[in-house]
Structure formats: C-alpha cells, structure tokens
Design a protein around this ligand. Structure first.
Ligand code: PEP
Ligand code: MN
Length: 339
C-alpha cells in the first residue's frame, strides 16, 4: 500500500500515519521528495481497509497494491484452472463449453424436447431452473424437486450434464443427486452464508456476477467458495445494471479478459440475461467467444412464446443451431474449439 501525504503535512502527522501502519503489521519505507512524503507499507496482510488511512490527518491518497484476495488471484495458479466435469467435459480448457436450455423446467415434455434439441446442436450442459429467483412473487417460481428429477432424467437421456440454480442452504443437499454444477444466481452473489456452505460441497459452482457488483466483488465472492475448500469454481458474466434501458442488462464483455488477467478461474458469458432480448443474444454470444469466454450459457426454449419465464430472451431452436455453427467458426480464430 502506498500512502501519499499532503505537501503541508506535519512531521507529527507523518509519524502518526507511520505508527498506524506499523500497528497494522506493515513495514514502512518513507520517501521524502522535494515537496511531499510518501509512505510505502509492505507486508503480508490483505485484510485491511484503505479508508482507515485515508481518514487520518495529513493523508492525501492511498493506493492499494496487492489484491484483496489470495486464492482466486492469477498468481495462485498461473497456468489457469480447468474445471473437470463428470463426463470428461472441461471448462477452462481448449474447448468452449456451451450450456443451454430453458430458463425454468416447466414440464416433462418441455425439458425433454429442450434437452434433445440442445444436445443435437452440440451443447454439453443442460440448464433449467427448479428454484427461480423472480422479481415478482406472483410469477412462476419453479417446480422445485420435481424439476430436479425431470432435468436429471432428460440430461441423462441425451448425454448432457445438468446445471441448476441453488437459492438457499437448505437446497444444497436436496440438489446434490440431481445436478452436476450448482448455479449461484446474480441475486445471491453476496449471500455469504450460502457461499460458505457451497465451499464445503464437492461439486463445481458457477457463480454469477451480481446485478450491481464490481469484478473485484465477484472475485471476493469466489474467494469465499475457495476458502471453504471448493476449488471448482467457474465465474459468469451475466450483465450488470447501467443507465442503458434498451437492454435488460449491459453484458460487460470486458469482464472476460479482465477476469482472465486477475484470476485463474474460468469465466462463462450469459448473453440471455446479459441482454434480455432474443435478437441480441447471438451477437453477444459471438462477441463473448471472440473475447475469450471459456463457456457460454444460453436460454433456449422449443416454444419461447409460451415460456413461463424469460421467453423474450429465449432462442428458438433454429436460432440456437445457427448460433452453434457461428461459434464453431469463431472459436478457432481465438485458439479454441467447440464440439
Ligand atoms: C437464470 O439463470 O435463469 C437466472 C435467474 O440468472 P441470473 O441470476 O443471472 O438473473
Ligand atoms: Mn432466466
């Protein structure tokens, strides 16, 4: 951490700040220039709050140099993390993994039809919510355990892995037998109790970026999972809330290369929630793969106009098949492939 003192800071103030840094456990190196003094604080601590220094008299600015996380940072695993799934599918390897399916599991017919069509087009993971975090309590809330049974059956039938959202601690045990990847939704990115429990689970977790979360906050949430012992973490950029109203959210494509620089964890892009509009999903999926996304998760429905949730952002089957063909052309241009 670098603490720059104001030009007119007194010797007493500089000493006060130095003492504070020493008390925090840092070694302090002072540089006194022609006009002002700068204190470089070095040490192993990462659990400090720079504001503690900022509010001290005589302090001009404070810059944090080290990342506030240990396990999710790129230096922990410079070569990158590859999350290995049960049937040999790897997220973070050469292949860009496509996860697809409806927003929610609605019926046996719906999830089986969806599974068949996404498998045929080349998806490796079937998505479908059983527990739905809906903005309104009066809209479809998901079929719960019945949905989990159906999605597992459909996934197994068509050779697909299964991802579904876990909303609370009590659902973790219940979901274990039915899913291959726990999805933590945007609204739960900072549900630290849930993250702590999932840290103990021995199944991969896909952690979605919160609606108003910074990249650093997403990485700190992933740190909870890894600190709990679960190293099989995949991040997901699903769009953030900005002043733009044309789209439901603004898909932050730049988060993909930024996460790759800061962290060793793989990152998925969700252009469905990232745009909220069917006609914008394929262009953003293409952009995400071009930007280096390790996986893409897309909502697809056999009858989107009849969907019980997120129909407007769900692709028609033929749109999804076309998108897969496009992604197959883009992936090799950035050194990746798609099955
Ligand atoms: C979903 O995947 O259907 C979902 C609710 O996602 P998010 O948490 O990103 O809104
Ligand atoms: Mn959805």
């Amino acid at each position: 951490m670098i603490v720059a003192m104001w030009e007119n800071a007194s010797e007493d103030q500089i000493q006060e700040v130095t003492n504070h840094l020493l008390k925090m456990g840092f070694a302090v190196h002072r540089t006194t220039g022609a006009r002002q003094s700068v204190l470089a604080a070095v040490g192993k601590r990462i659990d400090f709050d720079t504001r503690e220094l900022e509010v001290l008299p005589g302090v001009q600015t404070v810059h944090r140099i080290s990342a506030p996380y240990k396990l999710v940072g790129r230096p922990f695993r410079p070569e990158g993390t590859v999350v290995r799934l049960p049937n040999g599918v790897e997220i973070g390897g050469k292949e860009v993994v496509v996860m697809a399916g409806p927003c929610s599991v609605e019926s046996r017919e719906q999830i089986f039809t969806s599974a068949e069509l996404v498998a045929k087009a080349g998806a490796k993971v079937l998505r479908g919510g059983a527990f739905k975090p809906r903005s309104s309590p009066y809209t479809f809330q998901g079929l719960g355990l019945d949905a989990l049974k159906l999605i597992r059956e459909a996934g197994d039938h068509y050779g697909l892995l299964v991802i579904s959202e876990v909303m609370e601690i009590s659902q973790i045990e219940l979901m274990q037998p039915y899913i291959d990847i726990f999805q933590v939704g945007a609204r739960n990115m900072q549900n630290f109790n849930l993250l702590r429990e999932l840290g103990k689970a021995r199944k991969p977790v896909m952690l979605k970026r919160g609606i108003a979360a910074t990249i650093e906050e997403m990485l700190l949430s992933a740190e909870y999972l890894m600190a709990g012992g679960n190293y099989e973490v995949v991040l997901c950029e699903r769009g953030i809330r900005t002043f733009e109203t044309y789209t439901r959210n603004t898909l932050d494509i730049s988060a993909i290369p930024i996460v790759h620089k800061l962290s060793h964890l793989p990152i998925t892009a969700d252009p469905s929630h990232g745009t909220g509009r069917r006609d914008k999903v394929s262009p953003m999926a293409r952009a995400a793969v071009a930007a280096g996304a390790d996986a893409v998760i897309v909502e697809v429905h056999h009858q989107p106009d009849k969907a019980l949730s997120d129909g407007a952002q769900s692709l028609f089957p033929e749109q999804f098949a076309k998108l897969m063909d496009e992604l197959r052309m883009i992936a090799p241009a950035v050194g990746r492939k798609i099955a």
